[in-house]
Design a protein around this ligand. Structure first.
Ligand SMILES: C[S@@+](CC[C@H](N)C(=O)[O-])C[C@H]1O[C@@H](n2cnc3c(N)ncnc32)[C@H](O)[C@@H]1O
Length: 267
């Protein structure tokens, strides 16, 4: 399911922040390292969500602008900034297809699991390339296909196998392989492309915890739960928990792999 409006992101913002943000630190560290972000760099984080990358870049001394289309996500970021006493991160609501930034105005532009959900991913990449200065870096992160992601495959299968209509054909998100990433970054006019596979382990104490965390933070499943209503959703959720308990031993650790990729704007 392609999430083309901010609505689904508003729906999951709180649980996304609670359950997924804690996993994403290593992806952000890899991204910052690939871009070589240091004190004084101007950094733009597009589709910032709760701002994991933006906050990590700020901690490195960068001057940061964080942009997202969803107010609920930006509210989570604002809460975290206030809790940390940070006042100098610029937070902007906007559309990554048409960034407000001027050409060549930042040293590094990021989109962590962001442009892959845009209506037009190529346009999102073109905008990142436009605003970065010559010699500056664009870094994006993306997911491999669900079947190659132990966490997403195991948990989504446990749910979809129990759907009355059977499992849907999994959607193929853009930038889901090194070949696709290289082609898209080159098409955006970027050079010196580098793709890294970064794996984060996700640990669950029980099947119920795994299913609840996953279904509450994944926008397509939240939409499904809402469409089914609580009386139809509850037996499906319980069946998914039973499926996991039958097939796995808890505590269970499942790997979550992602691609973190860099391109450089020609001088
Ligand atoms: C999977 S979340 C990623 C959030 C964050 N970068 C992270 O790594 O946790 C996708 C984000 O893309 C944002 N988004 C989707 N379409 C967008 C658009 N056209 N412009 C800006 N942000 C968008 C959503 O609101 C959501 O916060």
């Amino acid at each position: 399911m392609k999430l083309t409006s901010s609505g689904p992101w508003e729906l999951v913002a709180e649980d996304y922040d609670r359950y997924l943000t804690p996993l994403f630190g290593p992806f952000c560290e890899a991204a910052l390292e690939l871009a070589g972000v240091a004190r004084g760099h101007r950094v733009l984080d597009v589709a910032t969500g709760p701002g994991t990358l933006a906050r990590a870049a700020h901690q490195r001394g960068a001057s940061v602008c964080a942009l997202d289309v969803a107010e609920g996500m930006l509210a989570r970021l604002q809460e975290r900034l206030e809790a940390d006493g940070v006042r100098d991160v610029e937070v902007v609501q906007g559309d990554g297809h048409a960034l407000p930034q001027a050409d060549d105005s930042v040293d590094a532009a990021f989109s962590m699991f962001g442009v892959i959900f845009f209506t037009d991913t190529d346009q999102g990449l073109a905008e990142l390339a436009r605003v970065v200065r010559p010699g500056g870096r664009v870094v994006v992160s993306s997911w491999p296909p669900v079947t190659k992601s132990p966490m997403m495959h195991t948990l989504s299968q446990a749910v979809t196998r129990n759907l009355p209509m059977g499992p849907p054909t999994p959607e193929q998100l853009p930038l889901n392989s090194p070949v696709a990433i290289r082609a898209a970054l080159a098409q955006a006019g970027l050079e010196e492309i580098e793709v890294r596979r970064v794996v984060v382990p996700s640990r669950y104490e029980s099947a119920a915890e795994a299913i609840d965390r996953f279904t509450r933070s994944a926008a397509p499943l939240r939409l499904l739960a809402r469409a089914m209503g609580p009386f139809a959703w509850r037996p499906l959720r319980d069946a998914a928990v039973a499926t996991l308990e039958e097939e796995h031993t808890f505590p269970l650790t499942l790997d979550l792999p992602a691609f973190v990729s860099k391109g450089v704007k020609p001088r």
